[in-house]
Design a binder for this molecule. Structure first.
Ligand code: ZN
Length: 490
């Protein structure tokens, strides 16, 4: 009876058409290839201490990448990097404060990172009289040509953000420095308050490492700036009774390798298989840093082993049943150093740029409430393709049915989450791009971001959501269009 009824409907024109549409959109058999046990196994392996936090530019990143390529081959992915390999190597250029830098107040030398922090990676050569700037509201003192001592306070700084202690020193700089430098200060000496004292050790690893970029070549260097330095709170009396700051800060500039890992599953359609849906994640994390308790390995299980293993599962699904277009998978390197792998790949893709029809990026998809998730790039001004967003929303309705957060994609959200993952360079370069996330949690960028804190069931449903979206995009006749007038707020 049931079958008969269906065949009768299929014979009528309009319904025949809609049935065809349903058949075309129906998720592929590949969905069965996405398995919780695979996600869990891959996640525990990748986020193991063995890989020491997968820091970009280190042997740990190279080691995890080579190991990952073996897993890609086993999942059925073909190499799609350079020279017939799974790899696209690129150079990071790094600037860091030289250990030979010296900072003296009167005749006393301060030990770099222990007794003094240098908050900017910029050279400086200063010999300047010291003046105390007691109250930010009194601007009657002359700071021109002076090294200005500021006893900092957190008044007026919004600390209701992730990692407030790690971000505090930056917020303090923004609060005081521009005004003093505009008035002619040649150096700023911040005296730590309690919050800055807590912040100190957490900031040292990043300050020592310096700044990374992909764009600058060997001859390019950072220009000199008024140095911003930090002293401990107990130095106030000494500094107050001193007269001169002498700072000779030099910066080293050197090349450093990172790698994108790239594979593909060919599509089945003679024409459309020359186009690609790009699934994006990052394999790197923060390496070994400031310890919490006895643990100093930042394993990055949620950030971003969660998406790495999801992409591998999606590759297995496409291997099981390919779509019309090809599926391209990029595990970016050096995301944590400033979205460097995606900056590089979006400018130097290993397939023709115009053949990439959409970028589905994920970052941190295994935590928080089991029923909620977020899609970023879904609302103007972050949205660059309503076609792509609609496919992702339909995929959610057909599959995992997450309750979708809408606040984190707004311009007004304090975290600026949209700007913090690998879809961004693609969106800026004119690729339709969206970003899947289950958002922040207290273990973010700490050694506590471990595999045993990942909700594997939720991770599987997020994987399903990305796969279902991708399945629509690989098979849709007309590729998702870019919205006209896309312009980000920064
Ligand atoms: Zn991160």
């Amino acid at each position: 009876m049931y079958h008969q009824k269906i065949s009768f409907i299929v014979l009528t024109g309009v319904l025949f058409f809609s049935t065809t549409l349903v058949a075309q959109n129906k998720v592929g058999n590949g969905l069965k290839a996405i398995k919780e046990e695979d996600l869990k196994k891959d996640l525990y392996e990748m986020a193991d201490d063995h890989f020491a936090g997968r820091e970009a530019g280190t042997l740990d990143e190279l080691k995890v990448s080579v190991w990952w390529a073996d897993k890609m081959r086993a999942a059925g992915l073909k190499p799609a990097g350079d020279d017939g390999t799974y790899f696209q190597f690129f150079s990071m250029w790094r600037n860091r404060i030289s250990a030979s830098s010296s900072i003296k107040i009167n005749n006393r030398s301060f030990t770099l990172w222990k007794e003094v922090l240098v908050a900017q990676t910029a050279p400086a050569n200063i010999n300047a009289p010291i003046v105390l700037f007691e109250n930010i509201s009194k601007d009657n003192i002359d700071v021109k040509g002076k090294a200005v001592v500021v006893k900092v306070s957190k008044d007026g700084i919004n600390l209701n953000v992730s990692l407030p202690e790690r971000r505090y020193l930056g917020y303090v700089s923004r609060k005081y420095a521009p005004d003093l430098i505009n008035k002619g200060a040649v150096a700023i000496i911040f005296i730590a308050d309690d919050m800055a004292e807590k912040s100190w050790l957490q900031n040292v690893p990043a300050m020592r490492r310096g700044l990374y970029d992909v764009s600058s070549g060997p001859s390019e260097n950072v220009s000199a700036r008024a140095p911003i330095i930090w002293l401990h709170s107990n130095e106030l009396n000494f500094v107050q009774s001193s007269s001169t700051l002498t700072a000779n800060i030099s910066v080293e500039h050197f090349e450093y390798p990172s790698v994108n890992i790239v594979g593909k599953i060919d599509g089945t359609d003679a024409t459309l298989s020359k186009e690609y849906v790009l699934f994006s994640g990052h394999q790197d994390h923060d390496g070994i840093r400031y310890p919490y308790g006895t643990d100093s390995i930042y394993n990055g299980a949620d950030d971003n082993a969660s998406v790495s293993v999801a992409l591998l599962a999606i590759a297995r699904a496409f291997h099981q049943q390919p779509g019309k277009r090809s599926a391209l998978f990029v595990w970016h390197g050096a995301e944590e150093r400033g979205l460097l792998g995606s900056k590089w790949y979006s400018a130097h893709p290993t397939v023709p740029k115009e053949s990439i029809v959409a970028v589905l990026n994920g970052d941190m998809i295994g935590r928080n409430n089991p029923d909620s998730a977020a899609l970023l790039g879904a609302q103007p001004p972050h949205r660059n393709s309503i076609d792509l967003v609609n496919m992702a929303l339909a995929a959610n309705n057909e599959g995992p049915k997450f309750k979708l957060d809408t606040l984190w994609d707004k311009v007004t959200h304090v975290e600026g989450w949209y700007f913090r993952s690998d879809h961004l360079p693609y969106a800026r370069a004119g690729y339709p791009a969206i970003f899947y996330s289950t958002l922040l949690h207290p273990d973010y960028h700490t050694p506590m971001d471990e595999a045993n804190r990942i909700d594997i069931k939720k991770l599987a449903r997020m994987t399903e959501w990305m796969y279902r979206t991708g399945w629509k995009v690989v098979n849709v006749i007309e590729r998702p269009k870019l919205d006209p007038n896309f312009k980000l707020e920064r």
